[in-house]
Ligand binder design. Structure first.
Ligand code: HEM
Ligand code: SF4
Ligand code: SF4
Length: 431
């Protein structure tokens, strides 16, 4: 007999219809959640995203090529996730497993639709079926191993990692989705009784089936129940993506695609801009670009920028991760104030959101930008905010002193010009 299985085997038509209705509802919640975030990004200055798609196919490709390449390498091949020890291995493991399960589910649905159109179009059988089942069975284990590592890490609570209650929900949901997926497979094996390679190609499900001592009727009944539990968990997961840390796998690649950051290059300020706006640098969140606001949503609080920041390491009042999170908070508060029609409640960025000492603690070393897995440009946020302080004459502390000394003595330490060559004394050869 050709190895295969029915997509909705043991599931009555009424449940299949309910399944599709719930799938549509979860996708609708997902889209609504994404749209709410897009509305927040629209508070920023326009990046003329539509222009990206204007012109001939060759011209459009020319504009999109760089971003597409970055997404493929940084996010697709996870290049920027590398370099973080076991965290990297766990993420890549979870990512590969997740992508395999996602593609596998899409293929399964494609087979279901095509085989309903014409039975000759069914492709989920024979050698394809064996390779498919085996690959997904093995890669599903990778997904679970990565998830278990992240759960263990959350219990240890490394200080640089952000913690929210929803992080537990995400990881426990992943664990439950993986485990119930295997239980559904084991129960299906028990009632379907495949033989030979048709059973061996699902090693994990087969192994689990060996532990469950159930007759065919019991296996069918349990299969139906666990199939529904598994489906509910998956729908809950889809709907929750825009409301949890999982949103980084949408906003992350989007930011990687749109970012224009070149290390060491500050965005220019033009006189026309200053005349039009009456200010230099951002004073509230609407003065950042739409791409910069999107980048705030890409942050998954991994803490990697904080770990490499020399200011943070020397106990200065600066954490690049905190800056990003505080700006994100300001974005949300601004949207809420504007929705309520209360312009006066729009939080100012300086002081209320980010203290001047935080901004002046930055050494502009770029280590945070260089290490961020989703290419958030913390440094440009900080430097443009500083620009505003300088333009407003709101300099204080060591920065103000250094600038005053530069003006009077041409060096930030205030040393007299006559002592400029003193350092060469130590180099004078002893006679
Ligand atoms: C699209 C490209 C992606 C990038 C660049 C990315 C990057 C990252 C990074 C750097 C972390 C922190 C890991 C660490 O601390 O070492 C993280 C966390 C996480 N990622 Fe991704 N990720 C991506 C896609 C995905 C996908 C597709 C999933 C779905 C399984 C996923 C699920 C998670 C989860 C659940 C966490 C949090 C783990 C925890 O609670 O500690 N990511 N991601
Ligand atoms: S650029 Fe500033 S915030 Fe970023 S790592 Fe260096 S000192 Fe820290
Ligand atoms: S800004 Fe980037 S490196 Fe820093 S915590 Fe967020 S995602 Fe991680």
């Amino acid at each position: 007999m050709t190895p295969t299985r029915e997509t909705f085997g043991n599931i009555p038509l009424s449940s299949q219809l309910a399944f599709y209705a719930l799938a549509a509802a979860s996708v609708a919640i997902f889209c609504w959640g994404v749209w709410r975030r897009v509305k927040l990004w629209q508070l920023g200055t326009s990046i003329n995203a539509r222009d990206l798609l204007a012109g001939s196919v060759a011209a459009v490709w020319q504009k999109l090529r760089g971003g597409a390449k970055r997404v493929a390498i940084d996010a697709g091949a996870q290049k920027r996730v590398f370099g973080h020890g076991v965290g990297t291995v766990a993420h890549v493991s979870m990512y590969v497993g997740f992508m395999a399960l996602f593609v596998g589910t899409v293929l399964l649905e494609a087979d279901n639709v095509l085989s309903h159109l014409h039975h000759a179009l069914k492709f989920h059988e024979g050698t394809y079926y064996i390779v498919y089942e085996f690959t997904l069975d093995v890669l599903g284990v990778l997904f679970l191993v990565g998830t278990l590592f992240f759960l263990a890490r959350r219990m240890v609570k490394p200080p640089s990692l952000g913690h929210r209650a929803t992080d537990w929900y995400v990881l426990l949901a992943f664990l439950a989705i993986g485990v119930t997926g295997y239980v559904v497979e084991a129960l299906r094996i028990l009632w379907q009784q495949p033989t030979g390679i048709g059973a061996d190609c699902s090693p994990v499900g087969l192994w689990l089936a060996g532990w469950l001592h159930l007759g065919e009727a019991e296996a069918r009944h349990s299969h139906f129940i666990v199939w529904w539990i598994h489906s509910f968990l998956v729908f809950g997961f889809i709907a929750s993506i825009p409301f949890t840390r999982l949103f980084h796998f949408i906003a992350g690649p989007a930011n990687i695609f749109l970012t224009k950051t070149v290390l060491g290059v500050m965005p220019p300020v033009t006189m026309e801009e200053v005349e039009a706006t009456g200010r230099v640098g951002p004073a509230d969140i609407r003065h950042f670009s739409q791409q910069q606001l999107l980048s705030l949503d890409a942050c998954m609080e991994c803490g990697r920028c904080e770990e490499v920041c020399p200011a943070f390491a020397t106990a200065k009042p600066l954490s690049p991760k905190r800056v990003v999170q505080d700006l994100k908070g300001a974005m949300e508060k601004t949207a809420a104030a504007l929705t309520a029609g209360k312009e006066a409640d729009v939080p100012p960025l300086h002081g209320a959101t980010i203290a001047p000492e935080t901004l002046w603690s930055c050494t502009a070393c770029s280590a945070c930008v260089n290490t961020c897995p989703v290419r958030i440009d913390q440094l440009t946020f900080i430097l443009t905010l500083r620009r505003h302080l300088v333009a407003e004459g709101a300099l204080s502390g060591t920065a103000a002193t250094a600038l005053r000394r530069m003006q009077s003595n041409a060096n930030p330490w205030g040393l007299p010009a006559a002592e400029r060559t003193n350092w060469t004394d130590a180099l004078t050869p002893k006679s």
